[in-house]
Design a binder for this molecule. Structure first.
Ligand code: PNS
Length: 165
């Protein structure tokens, strides 16, 4: 039987425990999970794609069925090449739904052989977003327990550089 491959796409700027919660849930459902960092030209990122990949790779090192990759352009094109049939997205709150619904509908109109699967973020993580994590960290707030330690360290380094620069 063909392997069941899911792609978990996102900006991951940076990866949080909310993302990792979704990855851990997905491992139980799919033979392979590819965490795919999107190069979004219209989005200002704090971290480079290389830094994001490095942080995610470290965070998923104990999960042999998870791999990390990056893609340019359309997600559906990338997924076709990766032979993945499911795009995975996490839902934290109903406020995520509108954006996610439109994205899933657009993706389906591009390729209806690929489905978007939504997973609910665990109750301990529903308030975490990369955006708020960056804001708190840049203002000197503690993000331990919200992102892996190596990510917290990277965030700290970035804000130190910013203060110096
Ligand atoms: O973490 P994010 O920023 O919510 O992730 C959004 C992402 C990267 C999944 C989305 O922007 C995306 O798939 N970008 C690739 C371009 C694409 O395929 N766009 C068509 C779908 S609207």
């Amino acid at each position: 039987m063909a392997e069941k491959i899911a792609v978990y796409p996102g900006s991951f700027d940076p990866i949080t425990y909310g993302h990792l919660d979704i990855i851990k849930r997905a491992i139980k459902v799919f033979d392979r999970v590819i965490v795919a960092v999107a190069h979004n030209y219209d989005k200002q990122s704090l971290f480079t794609p290389e830094e994001k990949i490095e942080m995610i790779t470290e965070a998923v090192k104990d999960y042999p069925t998870v791999s990390v990759d990056a893609f340019h352009g359309l997600l559906m094109e990338y997924m076709k090449k990766a032979k993945a049939t499911v795009a995975l997205r996490g839902l934290r709150a109903t406020s995520d739904f509108d954006y996610e619904y439109h994205m899933a509908a657009m993706n389906r109109s591009l390729d209806d052989s690929i489905d978007t699967l939504f997973m609910m973020t665990g109750k301990d993580y529903f308030f975490i977003s990369s955006r708020t994590i960056k804001e708190v960290a840049s203002l000197g707030g503690l993000v331990t327990g919200l992102v892996p330690d190596h990510v917290a360290l990277k965030l700290q380094e970035k804000s130190i550089h910013k203060q110096k620069g």
